[in-house]
Design a protein around this ligand. Structure first.
Ligand SMILES: [Cu+2]
Length: 177
C-alpha cells in the first residue's frame, strides 16, 4: 500500500467518524430539548397534502420520518381561512397514533421547549396559520409504527365551524425533504 493511498484512507476514516459524531450530537441535542423536532426548514416539501373544507384551504401537510428511538412524531400543515368568521382547529386524531396533540415551541431561558396548546388553534378570518417545524406542530404520541419515509399517516382535523376533514399526510425524510 503506497503512502498516499494510506493517507487518503486515514483521511476518509477521520471524516467519517467526524460526521458520525456530528449526527450523534444533533440527535442527543434534539432528544434533550424536543424529541423529534428539527428546527431547520419551515417550507413544506413537494408532494405535501392538501384539502378543502368550506372556507378553509388546507395545504402543505406532511409528517417527518421518525429517527430510531424517537418516541413521538411531528406533523405540519398550513390552514388558510378564506371566510369572514374565525374558525378553530379544535382537535386532531389519527389511526396511526394513540393521540395527536397540538404543540407550540416556546423559549424558556436559552432552551426551546414545546408544550401542548390547550383549547385549540384559532384560524382568524382571512388569515393563514402555519404549523411548521419552527412553531406550532402536530405531535403524534403512542405511535403504532414509527413513521417511515415514503409512508402515509391519515389524520382527521376537527374544526369548530367548518366541521371535520380527513387528510393523508405523506411521510418525508427525518429532515422534512
Ligand atoms: Cu411537540
Amino acid at each position: 500500500m503506497n503512502r498516499n493511498f494510506t493517507a487518503a484512507l486515514l483521511m476518509s476514516a477521520a471524516m467519517l467518524s467526524l460526521s458520525a459524531a456530528t449526527v450523534a450530537a444533533q440527535q442527543s441535542n434534539s432528544a434533550n430539548t424536543m424529541p423529534g423536532m428539527q428546527m431547520d426548514s419551515a417550507k413544506a416539501p413537494d408532494g405535501s397534502a392538501a384539502a378543502k373544507l368550506g372556507d378553509l384551504d388546507i395545504s402543505g401537510g406532511y409528517v417527518r420520518a421518525m429517527l430510531p428511538g424517537q418516541p413521538v412524531g411531528g406533523g405540519y400543515i398550513t390552514i388558510h381561512n378564506a371566510g369572514k368568521t374565525d374558525d378553530k382547529l379544535t382537535s386532531v386524531t389519527s389511526s396511526a397514533a394513540g393521540k395527536v396533540e397540538l404543540h407550540e415551541m416556546k423559549m424558556e431561558g436559552q432552551i426551546m421547549k414545546m408544550r401542548e396548546v390547550k383549547g385549540g388553534v384559532t384560524i382568524p378570518a382571512g388569515a393563514t396559520v402555519t404549523l411548521s417545524p419552527s412553531g406550532m406542530h402536530l405531535m403524534f404520541k403512542q405511535v403504532k409504527e414509527p413513521f417511515k419515509q415514503g409512508g402515509a399517516v391519515p389524520v382527521m382535523l376537527m374544526f369548530d365551524k367548518a366541521g371535520m376533514v380527513d387528510i393523508t399526510l405523506p411521510v418525508t425524510s427525518p429532515q422534512g425533504k
